[in-house]
Design a protein around this ligand. Structure first.
Ligand code: AMP
Length: 250
């Protein structure tokens, strides 16, 4: 079984994101970038399927400018076999990413496609669902457990207030939730080995996709600064302030 995993390059989750001074976008200059955490979980799941003998090959794909090859190499160091870089400048929106991934699905014919449930920069939570629709595949989103057997994938989904178990016929799309697994760290020997693994580049034209933008970013605004707190002298003063100033208790 071939597994295709989509990985996105995003600002590292440890970085405190700042808006550019003109408010036109998020500041990306000299900012540490990384694999989107949910995509890292997707890579880990695919590699575990390979280690269990269920998957035969793990292919990772990323859409973006040349710099996203760095995240593909990281995914290769985590255990993926082969990388595909789909070259696209700017910030393609989820529908365009989904169309490009559909092009890769058509050329690679994977039986399972694993994506993150959400990218932590755009918080879109759209690409996996759109890809499943475009490819005519079933989707198991927000997966906290995945098991493959006899041409189906069983997915336990994290939904509000509980878990839902679904069975999808393969090929299918799965998107990962936080509790699916705990990704490993790439070891130094594996980082070295990853440098020699194949990484192909493709253009949207190769995949027959014409990228169009339907959404314009008008601006980003940081949250308002928190004002300094105060120290109260007594419980009575605290209760008085909560009652009469903050008006959060009566
Ligand atoms: P989103 O819909 O943007 O929240 O992203 C959900 C998932 O789609 C991500 O976790 C990735 O698996 C995939 N994805 C989004 N953007 C890209 C990209 N530029 N390249 C590869 N995969 C992507």
């Amino acid at each position: 079984m071939k597994v295709l995993v989509a990985v996105k390059r995003v600002v590292d989750y440890n970085v405190k994101v700042r808006a550019k001074t003109d408010g036109s976008d998020v500041e990306l200059n000299n900012v540490k970038m990384a694999i989107n955490p949910f995509c890292e979980i997707a890579v880990e799941e695919a590699v575990r399927l390979k280690e269990a003998g269920t998957a035969s090959e793990v292919v990772v794909v990323s859409v973006g400018d040349k710099s996203c090859q760095e995240q593909l190499r990281t995914a290769l160091a985590l255990g993926a076999d082969r990388g595909i870089h789909v070259e696209a400048d700017g910030r393609p929106e989820p529908l365009e990413i989904a169309k490009l991934l559909k092009g890769v699905v058509d050329t690679e014919s994977p039986e399972l496609v694993i994506l993150g449930k959400q990218s932590i920069d755009g918080d879109n939570n759209q690409t996996g669902q759109m890809l499943a629709a475009l490819a005519g595949m079933g989707q198991g989103t927000f997966a906290s457990e995945v098991s493959v057997s006899d041409g189906t994938v069983q997915v336990i989904r994290e939904i509000d207030g509980g878990l839902q178990t679904v069975s999808l016929s393969l090929p299918a799309v799965v998107t990962t939730d936080l509790r699916l697994n705990e990704p490993r760290y790439a070891s130094l020997p594996n980082i070295m080995k990853a440098k020699k693994k194949p990484l192909d580049a493709m253009t949207p034209a190769d995949l027959g996709v014409d990228i169009k933008s339907h959404v314009e970013l008008l601006g980003v605004t940081p949250p308002p600064e928190r004002s300094a707190g105060i120290k109260v002298e007594s419980i009575e003063q605290l209760v008085d302030k909560l009652k009469n100033e903050a008006k959060v208790i009566s």
